[in-house]
Design a binder for this molecule. Sequence first.
Ligand code: 13P
Length: 284
Amino acid sequence: MLTNLKELMRYAQEHSVAIGGFNGPTLESARASLEAAQELGMPLILQHAPVHEPFISLELAGKIMLALAEEATVPVCVHLDHGDSAETVMRAIRTGYTSVMYDASGKPFEQNLSETREIVRLAHSVNVSVEAELGNMPHNFRGEMTEYDPEAFYTVPQDAARFARETGVDALAISFGTVHGVYKAKPKLNFDIIRQVRAQTGGLPLVMHGGSGLSDEDYRTAIACGIRKINYYTYEALAGGRGIYDAVAQYPQGLYFHDAAMAATKAMREDVLRILRIFGGGGQ
Ligand code: 13P
């Protein structure tokens, strides 16, 4: 059943868990995430980011995710990830997304605040939830980044208090040492940032971006500190790729694309099952 982010954040707060936000730029990845969530009976966020528009438009991805959500046996929010302009946000809302992220974290604080406030006003008037980001985060999609100083990106807890109060966002993505993409070295996480932002914002649901590649213990600690949504895609997509490598080895005479797609879906479902058990507070 289709729901919005506000409802899922309420659930996550009540149960002290994090809801997984999985990007679905292909039918296979969206189905894999949903099948895993349904197997565990856990709510889910299916999301699409403009960076994936070369593969599939926001509108078509949205319609696929909405169709899956309508049929789902668990609550599913269809969310725009990293909306980069008011126009992109409006495209998502017109398509039927129930939640949008407006990411102006690369802009000066005052500009981020005023633009986000306007998006919240618009989105809330049509019952669409809003996630924003404070504290910019680096990308390392293909392992090209060698060194970075995580402290340079950290969210300032005092800024978060004013930002939350004046924008009215439903969830806030913060920077405390995670990176989008793959980690070349062990991530340097500062869990105190999560604790402080949570205290300063009166318990606002907080979002971890760059959720691939942490240790099980790191996920658990982050959730215990107040993370309520975890964005996870890179390692799911890599698992899908490995599934295809294995299928190639199994079919030396030639691999049909539908077999490759099925192998990728199965591998991604396994990966999401594993990670959702951790997000939901269970064991392996
Ligand atoms: P990963 O690249 O770590 O999977 O994070 C995905 C993400 O944060 C999407 O917004």
